[in-house]
Design a protein around this ligand. Structure first.
Ligand code: MLT
Length: 327
C-alpha cells in the first residue's frame, strides 16, 4: 500500500474513532422520548415510568414518557422503528407487541427483530386472572364452571388483539370452550378500571398493574397464569395448581432503539438502564409490584436479542397452533 493510502486509511480510522467518541460523550444532547405503546396505568407504562425517572438522573437529560397507544402496541412501536436512530427516541417494548405481532399481523409496518437495536430488559412479571367482585367465584374451577354456563353474561377486557392480556385470556377461554365477548382497550390501565367498576367481567394482566387493586380488594385474583406463584401474592395458586396446566406467561418489558443507533449510544443507554434496575429504591418498587428486574446474565443487549428471538418463535407457534387470527 502506498504511503498516501496508509495515511488516508489512518485518518479515516481516526475520524471514525473520534465520531464514535463524540457520539458517546455528547449523547444525550436533549430530552429523550420514551414511547409506551399502551395507555397510562398499565404494566408497560408503570415499568417505563420507573426506569425513565432513574435514567433521567443518570443521563442528565429528561426522559419523557409518551403514551402512543393503539393496535396492541404496534402503532407506538412503528413510530420508534421509523425514528431517527440517535438514541433520543426509545420504545418500552412489551413481550406481546415485540413477539406476538409478526404471527398476527401479516402487514405489520415494522419487523420487531430487524428494525430495532435491543437495549435491555427492564423487568418481567407473571400474568394473573382477576374478576370483578360480582362474579360468584373465589377459585379458578368455580370461575371456569361459571364461564361455561354463562358465556353471554361475561365480558373479557384486554389491551387489544395481540396484547398479552388478550392472548392469555383467549387461551383460557379456548380451554374452557367459552365464546365470550372480548372488549379491547388502549391498554390494560383503562380496561382494569372497567373491571373494578363491574362493567367488565374479568381480565388477564401482569401482576404489576393489578397489585394495588388486589390489595384494595377491588378485584378478585383467581390464578397466576405462570409456572410459579407470585412472591407478592403467595396465596394465589398457579393455574396448573388449580387444575389448568399449559398457560404459562411471564412477560418482559424491555427498551429498544431504532435500528442503526450507534453501538456507543446503545451501550450508554444499557448502562443507564442497568443502574435504574439495580438501584435499591427502584428495585424495591418493582418487587412490591410483583415485577422482577432480570438476573445479571440477562441484562445485556445481546441477552435481550436472544430472548426476544426465542419468544418470536415460541409465541408464533402458540398463536398459529391455536389458530388465532385477527378478524
Ligand atoms: C399487554 O400486552 O396486555 C400490555 O402489557 C398492556 C399494557 O401495558 O397496558
Amino acid at each position: 500500500m502506498s504511503k498516501w493510502k496508509i495515511a488516508l486509511a489512518s485518518a479515516t480510522l481516526l475520524t471514525v474513532g473520534s465520531i464514535q467518541a463524540f457520539a458517546q460523550q455528547s449523547f444525550p444532547s436533549r430530552y429523550i422520548t420514551m414511547i409506551v405503546p399502551f395507555a397510562a396505568g398499565g404494566p408497560t407504562d408503570i415499568v417505563g415510568r420507573i426506569v425513565a425517572d432513574h435514567m433521567s438522573r443518570t443521563l442528565g437529560q429528561q426522559v419523557v414518557i409518551e403514551n402512543v397507544a393503539g393496535v396492541a402496541g404496534t402503532i407506538g412501536a412503528a413510530r420508534v422503528a421509523k425514528a431517527e436512530p440517535d438514541g433520543h427516541t426509545l420504545l418500552v417494548g412489551p413481550m406481546s407487541t415485540m413477539s406476538f405481532s409478526p404471527a398476527l399481523y401479516p402487514k405489520l409496518a415494522f419487523n420487531p427483530l430487524t428494525d430495532f437495536e435491543p437495549i435491555g430488559i427492564a423487568a418481567s412479571a407473571p400474568i394473573m386472572l382477576v374478576t370483578n367482585n360480582t362474579i360468584p367465584a373465589t377459585q379458578l374451577s368455580e370461575f371456569t364452571d361459571y364461564l361455561k354456563a354463562n358465556p353471554a353474561k361475561l365480558t373479557n377486557g384486554n389491551a387489544g388483539v395481540g396484547s398479552t392480556s388478550h392472548l392469555a385470556c383467549l387461551l383460557l377461554n379456548n380451554r374452557v370452550g367459552a365464546s365470550v365477548t372480548l372488549v379491547p382497550y388502549r391498554g390494560t390501565g383503562p380496561a382494569l378500571q372497567d373491571v373494578v367498576s363491574g362493567q367488565v367481567g374479568y381480565i388477564c394482566d401482569q401482576v404489576t398493574s393489578l397489585m394495588s387493586q388486589v390489595q384494595a380488594k377491588a378485584v378478585k385474583p383467581l390464578a397466576v397464569l405462570s409456572p410459579t406463584r407470585s412472591p407478592v401474592l403467595p396465596d394465589v395458586p398457579t393455574a396448573s395448581e388449580a387444575g389448568m396446566s399449559g398457560i404459562d406467561m411471564v412477560v418482559w418489558n424491555a427498551l429498544f432503539a431504532p435500528k442503526g443507533t450507534p453501538p456507543e449510544i446503545v451501550e450508554k443507554l444499557n448502562s443507564a438502564l442497568q443502574k435504574a434496575i439495580t438501584d435499591p429504591a427502584s428495585r424495591e418498587k418493582f418487587l412490591q409490584l410483583g415485577a422482577e428486574p432480570p438476573p445479571e446474565s440477562q441484562r445485556s443487549p445481546q441477552a435481550l436479542r436472544q430472548i426476544h428471538a426465542a419468544d418470536v418463535t415460541k409465541w408464533g407457534e402458540v398463536i398459529r397452533g391455536a389458530n388465532i387470527k385477527v378478524e
